[in-house]
Design a protein around this ligand. Structure first.
Ligand SMILES: [Fe+2]
Ligand SMILES: [Fe+2]
Length: 200
């Protein structure tokens, strides 16, 4: 288990400097979301350190999790077709696409091919019943970073103080409740994730 930030590993995983990656992110996001990404990077690294996971990958995936968030619907639809992804995805929207489909923008535009990183970015919008520790770290860091102030965020932070799995469960419960309240569609994988990781 690698639990320290490793600049050499960063170089192996990312064909750019950290500054260049931050500049690319800034170019594609408005300031509010850009700042959120910087906070998620830090939060993900902190959680990784706490649980003894890979701090370097957690930082990279946290930083880039919303890289594609501000692309147009058309860009996502083109990518869904080009990557031969499930046509069911076309029935959803940006909230799902920017992770599941966004990972391909990260791969193609930034040249990052590390599957654990891409998977954590891909799963941050829908979860997965088989989420890895890295997937969970990005999923939770996105939800509890210090800029978040929605009702229930303190409960999620309290759950994280107990453990990462507790925070994942809380986030799944709250997210599903929130989506139902707004009468939004829920991606099937999210229900499967809830059944596996969000219940007692
Ligand atoms: Fe996101
Ligand atoms: Fe986010």
């Amino acid at each position: 288990m690698a639990s320290d930030y490793d600049p050499q590993l960063f170089q192996e995983l990312v064909p750019h400097t950290h500054e260049e990656v931050v500049a690319a992110l800034k170019e594609h996001l408005g300031d509010y979301r850009f700042q959120h990404c910087l906070r998620v990077e830090k939060q993900a690294m902190t959680i990784a350190e706490t649980v003894g996971a890979d701090v370097t990958r957690a930082g990279i995936a946290g930083l880039l999790h919303d890289y594609a968030k501000e692309r147009t619907d058309e860009e996502f639809q083109v990518m869904i077709t080009a990557q031969h992804l499930s046509a069911d995805l076309l029935d959803y929207g940006n909230a799902i696409w920017h992770g599941v489909v966004g990972r391909y923008f990260v791969e193609q535009e930034l040249g990052i091919h590390d599957e654990p990183i891409l998977q954590a970015i891909g799963r941050h919008t829908i979860g997965d019943p088989q989420m890895t520790t890295l997937d969970k770290i990005v999923f939770v860091a996105d939800y509890v970073e210090p800029g978040r102030d929605f009702p229930g965020v303190e409960d999620a932070r309290a759950a994280l103080a107990i453990g990462l799995d507790q925070a994942v469960a809380k986030e799944l419960q709250e997210t599903i409740l929130h989506l139902v309240q707004k009468q939004n569609k829920i991606y099937p994988t999210t229900f499967a994730t809830y059944n596996e990781l969000g219940t007692n």
